[in-house]
Design a protein around this ligand. Structure first.
Ligand SMILES: N[C@@H](CCC(=O)N[C@@H](CS)C(=O)NCC(=O)O)C(=O)O
Length: 59
């Protein structure tokens, strides 16, 4: 299963649009960039550049 880490910004919506168009199932995890959640150790382990969107394939 694809795990999508995102927030509703224009960049953040791009991956949702792609996954919807491809018909690929995915889980959404909100990363609130207004609260700095993109800089938590948990999120930086997923995307070291600290930006959304990011996807992970949990297999
Ligand atoms: N295309 C770029 C754009 C990502 C980007 O700029 N994301 C912004 C939100 S639209 C972000 O995460 N900003 C938070 C930050 O820089 O701390 C990427 O995927 O690396």
């Amino acid at each position: 299963m694809i795990e999508l880490y995102t927030f509703p910004t224009p960049n953040g919506r791009k991956i949702s649009i792609m996954l919807e168009e491809l018909g690929i199932p995915y889980n959404v995890h909100k990363i609130d960039i207004r609260k700095g959640e993109q800089r938590t150790p948990e999120f930086l382990a997923i995307n070291p550049n600290g930006k959304i969107p990011a996807i992970r394939d949990s297999l």
